[in-house]
Design a protein around this ligand. Structure first.
Ligand SMILES: Nc1ncnc2c1ncn2[C@@H]1O[C@H](COP(=O)(O)OP(=O)(O)O)[C@@H](O)[C@H]1O
Ligand SMILES: O=c1ccn([C@@H]2O[C@H](COP(=O)(O)OP(=O)(O)O)[C@@H](O)[C@H]2O)c(=O)[nH]1
Length: 320
């Protein structure tokens, strides 16, 4: 008698390339019923963790406005609370990710059914780092949607009921799928907005910017050393804190694993000229460029590795 040899387990192939247009990307799917607070919390995540927010619904509404040939079809689907064909939504999401120089994306309100999910993974070869799932009762979601006041064609009681049905029948199975893979992070979304964000923050803490050193130097200069998952998002953060800020030099940018480490010297740019005077991009840019670079703060080794969160650092250094 021959020995019984276990057949190798057939493991479902998972999309793991996670590259798009030559860059490695991190994708988080943000799911939950209509009105559960996905968009609201995504705005907070963008602000604190440097992700780019891509709302599938917003992309579809922009497509309607653009007068695209799919516009009427999309509008009718939205009015009926139905799910737009995958190829349309995936194309919009894929284009938006390629166009954007960030490498971390929150995909909000997608995938909405199993077909959306499988098609996205097949076409893009991207699988999400995890799925953030906002759990909320229909009663509370209905109250929120009826009070949203954004003039949306689908925020009326008749369409809301249809959207709830679609969510239960088609979208919950997607959450179950990712749950079986241990990828779902569930949030109690019925709590007030700041409390929900506290829970979200805990989940996103691995993506928090680690500003290793930040010191205001003479004048309106600042010198920073940072370890941040993405340079572009750190720069957006500085722009956010300073109003306008231009990098005037950059040194020793080192790419270490998934992080970029290095230091930049930035200074506040002068105010923009009034709109009418900005005749072309070139002259506007010339106007904004600081006249000359002054000496930047010199870092001593003991000044390094002072762990400060970018947000608290803004308060500490009284810049912003
Ligand atoms: N935790 C919350 N408590 C109360 N109202 C909320 C909460 N989160 C969001 N809202 C409000 O509910 C409405 C729907 O939120 P939104 O973020 O647009 O939901 P979604 O993107 O899931 O459809 C908005 O008017 C928003 O201000
Ligand atoms: O991937 C998507 C995302 C949205 N929609 C359509 O757009 C509507 C609004 O979606 P959105 O996420 O903007 O709003 P929410 O349902 O969270 O309020 C949905 O009901 C669908 O009709 C879709 O078909 N596919």
């Amino acid at each position: 008698m021959g020995t019984v040899v276990d057949a190798p387990a057939v493991v479902a192939e998972e999309a793991t390339e996670n590259t798009l247009g030559g860059k490695k990307v991190t994708v988080v799917f943000v799911l939950g019923g209509p009105g559960s607070g996905k968009g609201t919390q995504c705005a907070n995540i963008v602000e604190h963790f440097g992700f780019t927010h891509l709302s599938a619904g917003d992309l579809l509404r922009a497509e309607i406005k653009s007068g695209s040939e799919n516009g009427t079809m999309i509008e009718n689907m939205i009015k009926e609370g139905k799910i737009v064909p995958s190829e349309v939504t995936i194309k919009l999401l894929q284009d938006a990710m390629i166009k954007n120089e960030n490498d971390k994306f929150l995909i909000d309100g997608f995938p909405r059914n199993e077909e959306n999910r499988a098609a996205f993974e097949n076409v893009t070869k991207i699988s999400p780092a995890f799925v953030l799932f906002f759990e909320c009762s229909e009663e509370e979601m209905e109250r929120r949607l009826l009070g949203r006041n954004q003039g949306r064609v689908d925020d009326n009681i008749e369409t809301i009921k249809k959207r709830f049905k679609t969510f239960v029948e088609s979208s919950l199975p997607v959450i179950e799928y990712y749950s079986s893979k241990g990828k779902v992070k569930k949030i109690d979304a019925a709590k007030p907005i700041p409390e929900v964000f506290e829970d979200v923050k805990t989940i996103f803490s691995p993506y928090a910017p680690k500003l290793l050193f930040g010191a205001p130097s003479s004048g309106d200069h600042i010198h920073i050393i940072y370890a941040y998952p993405s340079r572009s998002s750190l720069f957006s953060k500085l722009v956010g804190m300073w109003g306008r800020c231009e990098p005037v030099s950059k040194h020793s940018i080192r790419h270490a694993s998934s992080e970029h480490t290095g230091h930049w010297s930035c200074r506040r740019a002068p105010a923009r000229p009034p709109r009418a005077r900005r005749l072309n991009t070139r002259s506007a840019h010339a106007h904004r460029r600081p006249e000359k670079m002054t000496a930047v703060h010199t870092l001593r080794p003991q000044e390094l590795f002072l762990p400060v969160e970018a947000s608290s650092w803004a308060v500490r250094s009284r810049i912003g």
